[in-house]
Design a protein around this ligand. Sequence first.
Ligand SMILES: Cc1cc2nc3c(=O)[nH]c(=O)nc-3n(C[C@H](O)[C@H](O)[C@H](O)COP(=O)(O)O)c2cc1C
Length: 406
Amino acid sequence: MNEKNILFQPGKIGNLTLRNRIFRSATFEGMCDSHGVPTEKYLTLYTALAKNCIGAIITGFAYISDCDRAMQPGQAGIESDDKIVFYKRITDRVHSYHSRIFMQIAHCGRQTIATAVGGVVRGASTKKSSYFGGAPKKLTTEETLSLSQCFADAALRCKKSGFDGVQIHAAHGYLVHQFILPSVNNRKDIFGIDKKTGIGTYFLEVIIDKVRDKCGSDFPLLIKISAGDDYLKTFNRNHFIQLIRFLDGKKVDGIEISYGTMDHALSIFRGQSIPLDLILRYTPRYQTQTLFGRVLRKRIIYPFMKPRIKMFTPMYNLLYAKIAKQHTQIPVICVGGFRTKQEMIGAVERKETDFVSLCRPFICEPDLVTELMSNDCYKAKCLDCNMCAVMCDSPNSTRCYFGKAI
Ligand SMILES: Cc1cc2nc3c(=O)[nH]c(=O)nc-3n(C[C@H](O)[C@H](O)[C@H](O)COP(=O)(O)O)c2cc1C
């Protein structure tokens, strides 16, 4: 009965058919060894999702060059050809259950720490991230061009590894997003802000063109973007529409709509409350703080910040997906706060999004799609406690803590 519902009908991304309209949004796994090679845990995770009828999986963000890793331990890497054989095992397994898998490729830019990148953090400009601190070194024009080539080379490795496509991470304040944002990009070279649109899309444009050149235009290419940049509001509604129009002009195969940057991570993964004690305990930046610094943060800075933090509401990015759909025919994938089957069905039926995408609920329940198919009233068990997110900074691999104290 349920399978007749549009949510469970096949959907198209480029020339690719997905078994249903449900994506697992990119989710950092922390399940790779120190060389960025996927372990058995990584295979087990993706087997469980595919076995349970997920339409498509987007992997956690993978680094594209060895000296440009995230601060979180256990990140996946796709920076060298010797990785291909390891990922082939994963993609073969996912395909054996008729699901699709895309790899998300990313460069952190200023959103990492010096020890993860050989000593020097690099960004679109020297502007600091309020969360990571430390002024990054501004990438030169040549370095920026060379990184665009790293994205293309990584995309080709994804293709050779059997991935069904690739997603460029242009959201959440990572490097591509740093170039897009008028509040970060103050460059005067070709990668600066476009005067007409008010945003910096040239870096992304070069990456898209190079990926297409390397992988062919039939290799599905998704882009993840943020619809807003937190309370600063320097990236406004008009900028968002300009970005959608730009992607429409580049004829990418799918646009995933998210929100925010890691400077205010709770805009990305909104919660019912803020796990401040965990943040203070596990985030590398705060581990080095004195007791006085921690108390100050807890008693003074936090109460000041709290009113600005965006709390959880169901489907919190759907309004932006709706706007996107008014400006493009390209499939829109909406992520953020989908928790009930009725919400997902409604959003797709009303054509407010073409696909729904979920992250935290799948950490909690890798068999969620099977549950949704068998029960019309199903509600995901995820409590939005965000412990999974905070614990990405610890040496543990990503898992659900189910609201329990650690
Ligand atoms: C533990 C964790 C890891 C994440 N890792 C990534 C990632 O690697 N790349 C990415 O684009 N977003 C990442 N996200 C953000 C999610 O993809 C998603 O945009 C966000 O959690 C909102 O969706 P949800 O309400 O379904 O969780 C992560 C979120 C969490 C909680």
